[in-house]
Structure formats: structure tokens, C-alpha cells
Design a protein around this ligand. Sequence first.
Ligand code: GAL
Length: 468
Amino acid sequence: MRMRNKYRKPTNLRCNAGSLCSLSAAVWGLVGCLLMLHFYSVLHQKVVQGGDIQMRMSQNPLIREFEQVEEENIQIPPPRGKRSPRAIKRRPRRATALIDEFLDESSQLRHVFFPDQRTAIDPKKDARNDSFSYYPGRIWLDTDGNPIQAHGGGILYDEKLRTYFWYGEYKDGPTYHGHKKGAARVDIIGVGCYSSKDLWTWKNEGIVLAAEETSETHDLHKSNVLERPKVVFNDKTGKYVMWMHIDDANYTKASVGVAISNSPTGPFDYLYSRRPHGFDSRDMAIFKDDDGVAYLIYSSDDNSELHIGPLNQDYLDVTRVVRRILVGQHREAPALFKHEGTYYMITSGCTGWAPNEALAHAAESILGPWETMGNPCVGGNKDFRLTTFFAQSTFVLPLPGLPGSFIFMADRWNPADLRNSRYVWLPLTVGGAADGPLEYNFGFPLWSRVSIYWHKRWRLPYTWSGKE
Ligand code: GAL
């Protein structure tokens, strides 16, 4: 007699005991797999967040050294001036953050942030142990023995000449304030250019785009602003094209300028300035993609968002295509790069010459959407990480032959004496799970972590051959 189970739901599935069994095994198997995937991703996240460095370290022994975490323990000096013992009892001393010391020109720690001439990196002299060593923040001399003047710069690798060219603001003039409340400034002198085969020994190629001496209405008149020059080579026209931030002394012109040359060492002919796509444009960068399309990215709408769009074929103008990205995030100093088909970008906050916290962003398509991943800085100490090692992003240079490795280039601005601003070059690697990705793909973070490692001293691997 067939017993009827009144609790059994009627089913449309007609199956025998064997297939029922295999169906439930398949379902449980799937559940098990999903659970394992979930545990794996949670565990992986925990390990990364917990700071287990080994998990982050690259498999490539050549770049292991880049990823060593170096701590900084800097003692903050006690406050100057006499304080009565009663006052000390009544009010506990406010802990001075390192950033206060950085911003204080007369701080006893000044030499930590701006080491003096005696410690300068001199590629002509440091021939032995120290050759090829980068010391972020130290004065860096060119092959003539003069401090390199290439602030807010970027690097072009010329395939034909097998040479790196570093362009930047040549700021070797007096710093002054145009107005009481105006930002510290240096008159435009021009764009400096340096060449190198090894990314360490730099020869001064001179000022490749010079200030305009006479005409006061010219964009490049010394009383204006020329910042963040970037040069790209156009394979179709065979020209070197320079884009830069052009402004007046009050930063109200908010435009981009374009110049062109037949040679990487100039002279560049200045063409014009304009507001790209009709928008205000301040900090900016140019990124040339693998397919030869170059993009302009700029802070706009009073620095509240970034805009990105392709240049036309000859790189001399923008096209109609433009996207608003990181809207409302107030980011500037963009430095874009690409790794394994994903686009990454480092930006800073908007605090003038004062340093602030960097953020890393990622996107599958260069036009967006872009997601913000978090602070990429590793090592030093908390103040170092919250101030991008007391510097501001300007460029990220891929290291050929070392996939996933880049040089992060930043400026340690010295607003009291801008010509004496320093360069902070550090290794940047892409790999491992991101700390706080917003999007998950079946429990797996979509983006890799971008890490910039603090080092007092570091160098490219001895065997690195990508330079030739
Ligand atoms: C920063 C910008 C620099 C320079 C400076 C002037 O925000 O990144 O390039 O413009 O302001 O105060």
C-alpha cells in the first residue's frame, strides 16, 4: 500500500530515488563550492587587512625589495618656549603631529623633510655603493652638478633614442606671494628637460619651452602660471606634443596649453591655450594608451571632479568625447597608468602646496566608471601615509621588463622656497587583493591592490635590463 505523505509538496519533477540523490548531491556540491569561495575571499581579505606582508609580496624576486615594509620612527621635538609647570599640569600637551612639523619652516625636523646640500644625490660622485640609489626628499643633482628642476613633471620614453626624457616646471627663481592671500609662486621660467638612459643619471637638456619675455598678454608671460607639463610622442605625425596647465596668477584662467616639437629636446613651439570641452581645467595629465589614443584628464568644476576624454589623431586638441569622473570627490594631481588591461590612477586631495592623503582608483574602461580603492601608501608611519610621504603625485612610470612594477613620482613642495622642492620617487606595485574594493565578482575583488612602498633608500634591481 502506498502511504501518502501529506507534508510532501507536490512536485513536477518526476524522478526516481537515484536521480533525486544525484540532484541533491549536485545542489550541496554547489553550495559547498560557493561557501569555499566565500571563505577564501573573506580569509584573503582578512590577511591583507591584517597587514600580513608575505601575502602581498610579489612572486618576482627582482621586485621583492620594493615590497619590503620600512617603518619610520621620528621623535617629535617638545614644543618650544617656556611653559609653567602649572600649565603643564592643567592642560595635557597636545600631541604635535609630524605634519605640523613639516609645515613649520623653522621646525627642528626641517632637515628630515628637506635634507641639505651635504646629502645631495650626485650621480657624478656616487659611483660606488650608492650609485643608482634613490633617496626620496634629498637634493638630486644633474650631470653638471646642479639641482634638477623638473617639478610637477612626467617622463617620456623615446623608443627610437632608447632614452628617458623627464619634463617638468623649471622653478629656479625667487618665491613670492602675488597677493596677501595668494598662493606662493615663482615666475614662469619654462619647462625643463633632462635625459637619461638609466633613470638615475640625468643630463640637463635645457629649457625646451621658455617663458615669454616681452608680451604681457602672452600665456607664457612670466607673470602667469605654467604647471604640470607632460609630453607624448605621436606615432602618426612623428611630433612630440606637450600639454600643460596654463593659468593667470590667481588661477582663474584655468586652461590647458599645447606645444609641439620635432625633437624631444625641443625647442617646443607654443600653439595655444583653451578651456577643454569648455570647462575650467587646473591640475592635468596626459595618458597614451597601447592603441595610440592619448587622453587628457583634468580637475574641473572648481576641482570638485575630474574630466577625461581622448585627444584627436594629431594630439593637438580634444575631441567632443568627455566623461565626468570621481564627481564630488575633489581630487587633483592625477597620475594614470595601466596594468593587465585595467586602468589605475593615483590622485591627491586639494590642499594647495600642502601634502594630503593619496587615493588609488581603478577602471575597466578609461572613460569610467572609476572606483576609488583607498590609500595606496605602505610603510613609513601614519603621518607618512596620510600625507603621501609629504608629497603629491605627478606621474607613474611603468618599468619595462618588470610587469606590475612602476615608479611613483611625486613632488615634496617647499612653498617657502619652491625651487627647493624635492622629488619623492618610490616603487609602486600592482598585485594582491584591494583593501576596500566596492565591487565584487562572485566574492572575488575586481581590482588588484595598488601599493606605494616607503623607502629611505632604494634602487632598481641590479639585473634590471629594461632600460636598454
Ligand atoms: C596644488 C597643485 C599644484 C599647484 C598648487 C598651487 O593644488 O597640485 O600643481 O597648482 O596647488 O597652490
